[in-house]
Design a binder for this molecule. Structure first.
Ligand SMILES: NC(=O)c1ccc[n+]([C@@H]2O[C@H](COP(=O)([O-])OP(=O)(O)OC[C@H]3O[C@@H](n4cnc5c(N)ncnc54)[C@H](O)[C@@H]3O)[C@@H](O)[C@H]2O)c1
Length: 328
């Protein structure tokens, strides 16, 4: 298929692009390189440097690349904390970018769209693990922007017949030999812990040690980026057969922050000094996904479910790319 990947120079989107190319798809990537890296884009994909906030640029993409059949929408501002400081960047920019894309896609006759959504929809989970049907209470303007776009897709289906999947990732992690996590600033736990092992930081401070969990630190569900990419590929076909879907994506296996640090010590052989700091406002104690629905309906089967595999693959990438994409 001919597929447009937005945010395809970013962490997860570039991995999905590589997997789509490997599966024989014809991929066009659009990214404004705000966080993405041109070097991360698979050489067989066509790259367009554009901002989805620019409506005419988005229309131009579909005019210049006729025959796009599906869109995978990864492009987004992604930081929960930043969204609590600058809500408009999320409530306005993320949503305007998404609506520009959906409008242009339906005008160009695109039939399917797969959107990256988030565990931040579930700030007050009424069940654990969290099923896709769990009540949605966004935890921040970031989560709200994803919820708005999920609702927008509901209306684009009703009005235009656009089929969609919303894939709510829990904590994306891991790497491949050629692609890994390189954000500025880097705020995700695993890459920050690995920066300590690389000697780029002295130590790591965890947010809070008094949560009602087995060791007092927050519990999160880590899922490998390659497994996320495969979920996208399965969803492409799945929504054509089954109709629009919302799936939660994780390994249904939560790890505390301290367990992540301990596993990283084992993987890297580095002592990784660690202290416990204050809680970060807005962090729920436990977030674990139930991915049973996507397993049952699409046969999604993670290839890298073990935390050690996930951290090990990230460590390999960080070791071979200690300055991220800058040293490639
Ligand atoms: N990383 C995670 O753990 C996680 C968890 C849940 C959901 N998500 C979602 O997955 C998607 C990908 O996340 P990621 O970690 O790869 O983030 P990322 O920042 O690495 O990738 C996002 C990409 O989108 C691009 N972009 C942002 N705004 C744009 C715009 N207006 N026009 C064009 N390009 C734009 C950025 O330059 C970047 O390359 C995001 O939608 C994010 O919200 C990520």
């Amino acid at each position: 298929m001919k597929i447009l990947v937005t945010g395809g120079a970013g962490y997860i989107g570039s991995t999905a692009t590589a997997e789509l190319v490997a599966a024989g798809h014809d991929v066009v990537v659009v990214d404004n390189l705000y966080q993405g890296h041109r070097e991360a884009v698979h050489p067989y994909a066509q790259f367009i440097h554009a901002d989805l906030m620019d409506e005419s640029a988005v229309n131009q993409i579909f005019a210049a690349h006729k025959g796009i059949e599906a869109v995978m929408h990864f492009a987004s501002y992604t930081l929960v904390g930043e969204s609590m400081q600058y809500p408009a960047k999320y409530l306005r920019d993320n949503t305007v970018a998404g609506i520009n894309l959906f409008e242009a896609a339906v005008a160009a006759g695109v039939g399917r769209i797969i959107m990256s959504s988030t565990a931040n929809l579930f700030d007050e989970p009424e069940m654990m693990p969290i099923e896709p049907e769990c009540k949605i209470v966004p935890g921040s303007p970031y989560g709200e922007s994803k919820f708005i776009l999920e609702r927008a897709l509901h209306w684009y289906e009703r009005i235009h017949g656009l089929k969609y999947a919303c894939l709510r990732y829990f904590n994306a992690a891991g790497g491949t030999p050629n692609r890994g996590e390189d954000h500025t600033p880097e705020l995700h736990l695993i890459p920050v812990v690995l920066q300590v092992a690389l000697g780029q930081r002295e130590s790591i401070t965890l947010f809070g040690g008094d949560y009602p969990t087995r060791d007092g630190t927050c519990v999160r569900d880590y899922v490998h980026i390659v497994d996320l990419a495969h979920a996208h590929i399965l969803a492409l076909d799945g929504i054509a057969r089954l109709g629009s879907r919302k799936y939660n994506l994780g390994n249904t296996n939560g790890f505390t922050n301290l367990e992540v640090v301990e596993t990283a010590r084992k993987v890297t052989g580095h002592p990784i000094p660690c202290t416990i700091g204050l809680r970060r406002p807005g962090d729920p104690a436990v977030l674990i996904a139930s991915a049973q629905k996507i397993r049952d309906e699409l046969g999604w089967q993670p290839k890298y479910p073990q935390l050690e595999q996930i951290i090990g693959s990230a460590w390999e990438w960080h070791q071979s790319h200690p300055q991220g994409y800058r040293t490639k």
